[in-house]
Design a protein around this ligand. Structure first.
Ligand code: FES
Ligand SMILES: [Fe+2]
Length: 384
């Protein structure tokens, strides 16, 4: 759930996107072009390619990317296409190169881990062939808090541009040193925008997330934040916990009992501890929620116009995992249930959009962050 501006609530009903924008091939292709091939994309965790020569493949629609760690520990990314006749460079999805070389499986053109072409085959290349002009196509890469990012555009936007918070917002969680204790992978039958729209409002919370609504009273009222409350005073005077942000009284984390499952991240400030959840969103592919004892990272990528993949990591400090008896189960169970509820309702949304392809929905005052998401898509030229 994102946070809005100073006066976030919409003062008029505004149209949503045309239903066709959620399933038509042309619309999807335009979004791939304007969003997914132009913005920074989170491909996973640094720990997945921690050692020199480790690699993994990543794919956004038809674009394959080879991510690797070179001998100096630098993260590198290349378009997964050999400069000879275009073959994919690796048969395996992940692994570790036996030596500091990428050998194309087709005719064995060989590149070093910096992407330079070393060898072209049995015979020497013909006179005039410029090896330097036939290196792998490099892509911009970044690491942030232990997350790997690349951009399919060689001239990427500023890295911070996709974030709704300062890049330092989660520094206290020391996520680069945290490790994933559990990963869930989900494929949802919905357009990727449906997922982000659902993330950006809590109107659905009372009906879709009964347990979460008890843990976070303001969500139980269908509001993202207390400042969205049209008239908080009478309820506050009556002691209604649904007038303030944060978890219900006595709860510390997103678990069935509200208890934390491990020690708190030591660097958290009082406000972050009180909040119980701190959201950072990096459109279009990642959001991270910092709780006092764990952080939840949800990565998203479109597999097609009506199919979206989610990868959820439950990140804990290394020391927590090493503690005897440590069990992330309650956190995984609670947050997993919420995600499952969101996944199911997103699929319900998608089915209905399909049934009325010429329709256009309408956004209510509380859906200001959905509107912001649409504005972003418009600014990027992904929709009209
Ligand atoms: S396509 Fe890669 S070596 Fe021929
Ligand atoms: Fe939800």
């Amino acid at each position: 759930m994102a946070t809005g501006g100073d006066d976030p609530v919409l003062h008029a009903a505004v149209p949503s996107l045309p239903a066709r924008a959620y399933f038509e091939a042309d619309a999807h292709e335009r979004e791939l072009r304007r969003i997914w091939r132009r913005h920074w994309i989170c491909a996973g965790r640094s720990e997945e390619i921690a050692a020199a020569r480790e690699f993994r493949q990543y794919r956004i629609a038809d674009r394959g990317v080879l991510l690797l760690r070179d001998e100096q520990g630098e993260l590198r990314a290349y378009l997964d296409s050999c400069r000879h006749r275009g073959a994919s460079l690796c048969a395996d999805e992940r692994g570790r190169f036996a030596r500091a070389a990428i050998v194309c499986p087709y005719h064995a053109w060989t590149y070093d881990l910096q992407g330079r072409l070393l060898r072209t085959g049995a015979r020497p290349p013909p006179a005039g062939f410029d090896r330097n002009a036939h290196g792998l196509w490099p892509l911009p890469v970044r690491e942030w808090n232990g997350f790997l990012f690349f951009c399919l555009d060689p001239d990427p936007p500023p890295f911070a541009a996709g974030f709704d918070q300062p890049l330092e917002r989660l520094d206290a969680w020391r996520l680069a040193d945290s490790v994933s204790a559990h990963r869930t992978v989900l494929t949802i039958a919905c357009n990727w925008k449906v997922f982000w729209e659902n993330y950006n409002e809590c109107l659905h919370c009372p009906g879709v997330h009964p347990e979460l609504s008890r843990l976070v009273p303001i969500y139980g009222r269908g509001l993202l934040e207390a400042r969205d409350d049209p008239d908080p005073r009478p309820r506050a005077a009556a002691g209604d916990p649904g007038t303030r942000d944060g978890l219900r009284h006595g709860a510390r984390s997103w678990t069935p009992t509200g208890e934390a499952v491990g020690p708190e991240f030591p660097g958290l400030g009082a406000a972050d501890r009180r909040a119980g959840h701190v959201y950072v969103t990096a459109l279009p592919s990642l959001f991270v929620v910092g709780h006092v004892d764990y952080a939840r990272a949800v990565r998203l990528r479109p597999l097609g116009p009506e199919t979206t993949e989610l990868r959820v990591d439950f990140l804990f400090p290394r020391e927590a995992l090493a503690t005897p008896g440590f069990d992330p189960g309650p956190a995984v169970a609670f947050a997993g249930r919420v995600l499952g509820e969101d996944a199911a309702i997103c699929e319900t949304n998608q089915r209905g959009l399909r049934a009325a392809p010429d329709a256009r929905g309408v956004l209510m005052p509380e859906e200001y962050a959905v509107r912001s998401f649409h504005d972003w898509l418009r600014t990027e030229g992904a929709i009209d």
